[in-house]
Design a protein around this ligand. Structure first.
Ligand code: PMT
Length: 397
């Protein structure tokens, strides 16, 4: 969500201003275009030259000395999002009262889009009734507030009031930029590779890391959906996602089939084993036992099971292909999905374990659309854009 977005970083006068440099850098590294605005007192804590070097443009500090005629409205017109970090007690009070008495507050008041505030101050100031009132007003006005956290404060004190860490502010910005178009939707995702036991310590498995499914679950949660992720892999660190850990295809099938009738959209990104040992040993097999063959039997087809439900959700399957797409087109036609996402897992940067993926969307009528190699997060965002559009087409008028 942050890549290519225009973010104005406002810095106000507190000791946490030094962390604004790290935040600016994290935003630039995430691909955002960043411009900055500082209050006079912020410049006592952090040199404008530092922010200029990190972002490539000079901060606006003085509305009258700046070469632009109206720097605060220029910034406001340019930005997709404004973040104030740190936001001091005085800044919160100004914004709650609608005052535009410095470059930072003037920019915020001139801006109509999402604003993220990262307060930082001493515990007594954060807990003062006036600040509590101002924060409540700001929340009512639609400002998003991240932190403060508890920990060591300036002057050797310890308590609540530390500015949130730059990574947490980046996550809050990411969430604030998400469209929110999945609000009210229930989403079920599966991820990871199933493990089919041969004996209590050995299994048949595959190289799925769960990254693709995690990205889909995260993007859906960011956009407001209630998400359940059934997974064999390490889930994302996101408390908006309900995680159901499973191991085998059977467990995954039971978890998915139980929930599928109650959701609006199901996305099956897991690499489910097609076969499992027919008679797993109940004790560890020893070399000396000898083992000529492991007889296999088919696992349940989770996708087909959902496709055949009388009340089924909008259904998106994945297809791991090697080489050509013919198999994926057949799967899209025969498996009863609304959309199939095919990836050539033999391609560099695609498929198992990578952070990127090159996918081809296949419609049930066999029509295809190829996307370039993208970060899995970006594939997930685009996939949700497409699901929203396709569900919109299906909705009765
Ligand atoms: O987890 P990563 O490391 O990020 O890798 C991502 C991925 C390569 C695993 C993912 O992008 C992907 O391709 N997932 C589907 C892998 C797969 O099993 O493809 P398939 O063509 O064998 O299966 C087709 C569809 O049927 C899939 O949606 C699969 O989840 C589903 N299926 C398969 C077998 C089975 N018994 N039950 C199923 O529901």
């Amino acid at each position: 969500m942050i890549a290519s977005r225009r973010i104005v970083l406002g810095v106000t006068g507190g000791i946490a201003a030094y962390k604004a440099a790290a935040l600016a850098r994290a935003l630039v590294l995430a691909g955002a275009e960043v411009r900055t605005v500082m209050t006079d007192s912020a410049t006592r804590f952090l040199g404008p030259a530092t922010l200029a070097a990190i972002t490539g443009t000079r901060p606006v500090v003085d509305l009258f000395d700046d070469p632009a005629v109206s720097p605060h409205t220029d910034l406001a017109a340019w930005a997709d999002l404004v973040v104030i970090a740190p936001a001091t007690t005085a800044t919160l009070a100004r914004l709650a009262a609608g005052l535009s008495s410095d470059a930072v507050s003037a920019t915020v008041i001139a801006f109509a889009g999402p604003v993220v505030l990262a307060p930082a101050m001493h515990t007594e100031m954060w807990e003062h009734p006036a600040t509590v009132r101002n924060v409540a007003t700001l929340r009512d006005d639609g400002y998003r507030i991240v932190g403060p956290a508890a920990g060591p404060l300036a002057g050797g004190d310890v308590g609540i009031g530390r500015m949130a860490e730059p990574d947490d502010i980046v996550s809050a910005i990411d969430a604030a930029l998400a469209p929110g178009d999945l609000e009210g939707l229930r989403v079920l995702v599966d991820a990871g590779g199933t493990r089919e036991p041969i004996d209590p310590v050995r299994y048949i498995g595959n190289r799925s890391s769960g990254k693709m499914g995690n990205a889909i679950a995260r993007a859906a949660a960011r956009r407001g959906a209630a998400v359940t992720l059934v997974t064999t892999a390490e889930p994302p660190d996101d408390d908006r996602i309900e995680v159901v850990p499973v191991e085998t295809a059977q467990e995954m099938a039971e978890a998915m089939w139980r929930r599928a009738p109650e959701v609006d959209v199901a996305v099956l990104a897991a690499a489910v084993a097609d076969f499992r040992p027919a008679r797993p040993a109940d004790r560890k097999l020893r070399r000396t036992d000898g083992l000529e063959a492991v007889p296999l039997e088919p696992t349940p087809d989770i996708l087909r099971g959902i496709a055949e439900m009388p009340e089924r959700p909008f259904l998106v399957g994945f297809a791991a292909q090697v080489g050509d797409l013919a198999g994926a087109v057949d799967k899209a036609r025969s498996k009863g999905v609304d959309l199939l996402v095919a990836n050539d897992v033999s391609k560099e940067g695609s498929g198992f374990g990578t952070d990127t993926n090159e996918v081809v969307l296949v419609a049930p009528d066999g029509a295809t659309e190829t996307w370039p190699l993208l970060a899995k997060d970006e594939v997930a965002e685009r996939l949700w854009d497409r699901i929203v559009a396709l569900r919109g087409e299906e909705a009765p008028t």
